[in-house]
Design a protein around this ligand. Structure first.
Ligand code: ADP
Ligand code: MG
Length: 700
């Protein structure tokens, strides 16, 4: 694709999406109206409507060159799944016509026995069905019409990441509307809105192909620190160089054609690291969009002889990648519920939603932590470049002062001698101070939204948003229960806000989340610090969490247990693959390289010795000794890892197995790495079997 943007972006935008504009043009008026109602109000789709929509969709797709269709869904693997069927249908005269029925649009039946189900379905009854989710538009990818769908088993158990997300949005809608009603607002729908900023690394494809660890595990399992790291801080927001700029331009066009509003692109902190931020949209669509974004980041990289790394920590000692999940709630009338208002009444409504979110984060902080737990993210959370594993909320000085004033009922002095003459009764409009931002906070209020920053770059945003929607819905439901019964709404609201601020202020922290003092302070405040994935996941089925999801019909207790098993197994499998890859590289690539180089040193040593006694061979001797000693330690660490890994088979539950991988296998892997990295530093470059950090990070 050419880089000179002469094409009309507004023409490209959404050109591959069967969106409301296309529907309006192509559907009979009453069908369009009926579909619109279905989407806006989450009503079931009528069969005659589906038939007409399917036909229009097919015609549209054929015009754009599609030959196949697929029910595009999001199983528990965290990546999207698709099985393509062609539109062809044979005719009597030996030809084909292109067909697509309403039934095919609404339902598909993938043979889904190989998707993880955590024991929910025995394989013999492993048929699941997918059902069209009309709240997310169909789109064309390559020559395939993709129909976003949900994925359930025949007995109704949820098998995907989409169904619970939609249910959680429903719960939030229900309880947010109950609250808004008390403020005299009869809106039709409240949805959460998400803008997911995506970080990634871009490296030379040739380098990538030479590293089995990157290919098989997504991260480097070996690699000594390069002489230059990110300490010069020249990369962040630096000039975007030619190849990367071309890549970004093409990525933007691909995303725009899919209706994904890619808005901002820049270089990130680490060398070779970049970020893309889309314009926010409703959570359901944002989730689909983020999956597509990750897919296209990789596809487009391929076309440019690059590789896009989405792993949370591709390089040790270099910043990892995360995803910033910007969250707010919005009405169908376009009101952002986390925007501070212009007058006291609006501000009270704002404060209610603000307090509800803070309370939800405090009450269910374990669940928030769990929703971002995976093997890759364990390398980030708590390391000193990412938020810690402790969940806290950043509000900034002004808002903290405002809440203090609510708590005490007295005016307080905020930053810069700004006296906040407030109390709940006359809260002024908060000035949104863009500079007053704390980059270290895991959950930061940024003017009119919360930015949840603990997500890993590679994970689906579905889980964290199922959690966010549900926990906020839960607190709003409590608030609505209280306020609906109140004789005097205003005084009940004042009392409620004061109580909420007082009881939940422990979770508010505006300081440096990376500091050791915060870890200690958080412990004093009793905030949970679930450091590793197995530790976090063990809390997944706590009474509190099961109650939460059951109460709002998101997951049954059985579904929670099955999900916990899936996640624990996914963790163990990930570490297992990493350990096996490490062993293979250590034995078959690194060891031979060390031996070859050692032989060269020893050959030199003996050649020199053969020349006579006057030649000094102490340097060669020292080097040979160093190599041999390190190599001996290396082989020992390999043997130890092998033994440790073999013993993992004795674990008798998903939890004990995950614990074992975390506590025993990872330390054994670290030993192998440390010795290998020391060897890398003294073995001649020409013998080292794969590209080093320096080769990979500084040449795109
Ligand atoms: P930054 O955090 O880099 O300063 P912005 O504040 O402009 O950037 O926005 C970051 C992300 O937050 C963008 O993806 C943006 O679309 C998203 N965002 C802005 N408003 C909302 C909202 N009301 N709900 C959800 N996301 C939002
Ligand atoms: Mg951000």
């Amino acid at each position: 694709m050419p880089n000179n943007v002469t094409e009309n972006v507004s023409e490209i935008f959404g050109s591959k999406v069967f969106n409301s504009g296309v529907m309006r043009k192509r559907l009979p008026k009453h069908i369009y109206a009926s579909l619109l109602k279905t989407m806006k109000e989450d009503l079931p789709l009528e069969e005659n409507v589906a038939e007409v929509v399917a036909n229009a969709m097919k015609d549209w797709a054929l015009e754009l060159g599609a030959t196949h269709y697929t029910h595009w869904f999001q199983p528990m693997t965290g990546v999207t799944a698709e099985k393509h069927d062609s539109f062809i249908s044979p005719t009597d005269d030996g030809k084909v016509i292109m067909e697509f029925s309403g039934k095919e649009l609404i339902k598909g039946e993938p043979d889904a026995s190989s998707f993880p189900s955590g024991g929910l379905r025995a394989t013999f009854e492993a048929r699941g069905y997918t059902a069209w989710d009309p709240t997310s538009y169909a789109f064309i990818k390559g020559s395939t019409l993709c129909i976003p769908t949900i994925f359930c088993s025949y007995s109704g158990e949820v098998l995907d990441k989409k169904t619970p997300l939609l249910r959680s949005m429903e719960a939030l809608d229900t309880h947010a509307r109950r609250v808004l009603k008390l403020f005299g607002k009869d809106v039709k729908k409240v949805t959460s809105t998400i803008g997911a900023e995506q970080e990634y690394f871009l490296i030379e494809r040739d380098m990538y192909k030479k590293r089995k660890d990157l290919i098989l595990t997504g991260r480097t399992l070996f690699g000594a620190k390069p002489p230059k790291g990110q300490e010069m801080e020249t990369h962040y927001f630096g000039r975007i160089r030619g190849r990367v700029a071309n890549y970004m331009a093409e990525l933007d066009r691909e995303l725009w054609s899919l209706g994904i509003a890619s808005k901002t692109r820049h270089n990130e902190v680490a060398p070779a690291q970049h970020e893309m931020a889309p314009i926010f949209t409703n959570t359901n669509v944002a989730t689909d969009n983020n999956q597509l974004t990750m897919e296209f980041m990789q596809r487009v990289a391929y076309r440019h002889d690059l590789a896009c790394l989405l792993h949370e920590k591709p390089f040790e000692g270099v910043n990892g990648s995360g995803k910033h999940n910007n969250f707010s709630m919005s009405t169908d009338t376009g009101e952002n519920l986390l925007t501070p208002g212009d007058n006291p009444v609006e501000n009270k409504q704002f404060l209610l939603f603000l307090c509800a979110t803070i309370e939800a984060v405090y009450k269910y902080s374990e669940m928030l932590r769990i929703s971002v737990a995976n093997a890759g993210n364990d390398h980030r959370l708590g390391a000193n470049e990412a938020p810690p594993a402790i969940v806290s909320v950043f509000l900034g000085e002004q808002l903290t002062a405002a809440l203090k004033s609510i708590e005490t009922g007295k005016p307080v002095t905020a930053a810069k001698d700004l006296v906040m003459e407030l109390g709940v009764k006359s809260l002024p409009k908060f000035i949104i101070d863009a500079t007053d931002r704390n980059r270290t906070s895991p959950f930061a209020f940024t003017g009119n939204k919360f930015e949840y920053r603990m997500l890993g770059s590679n994970q689906s945003i579905s889980g964290p948003n199922i959690t966010l929607n549900t926990i906020v819905a839960d607190v709003l439901s409590d608030y609505a229960d209280i306020l609906e019964k109140a004789d005097n709404f205003d005084s009940a609201l004042d009392a409620l806000l004061q109580k909420s601020v007082t009881e939940n202020k422990n979770v508010v922290f505006n300081g440096n989340n990376y500091s050791e003092e915060w870890v200690e302070e958080a412990a004093r405040r009793g905030l949970p610090n679930l450091k590793t994935t197995p530790e976090a996941l063990s809390e997944f089925t706590s009474e509190k969490n099961i109650g939460l999801f059951d109460r709002h019909n998101i997951f049954t207790p059985t579904e929670m247990e099955s999900r916990q098993t899936i996640l624990l197994e996914e963790y163990s499998k990930t570490i297992n693959i990493e350990a096996l890859t490490m062993l293979s590289l250590a034995k078959r690539e690194i060891s031979p390289a060390v031996l070859t180089y050692t032989k060269e040193v020893i050959d030199t040593l003996s050649a020199k010795k053969a020349c006579g006694a006057t030649i000094d061979v102490s340097a060669e001797t020292t080097l040979a000794e160093r190599l041999s000693t390190l190599f001996g330690e290396f082989i020992k660490s390999i043997d130890n890892l092998e033994k440790t890994l073999a013993a993992a088979e004795e674990c008798d539950s998903a939890q004990t197995e995950a614990n074992y991988f975390c506590e025993k296998v990872i330390p054994a892997m670290n030993e192998v790495r440390v010795t290998a990295d020391s060897l890398e530093e003294i073995v001649a470059e020409k013998y080292w079997p794969f590209p080093t950090y320096e080769d990979i990070l500084f040449y795109v």
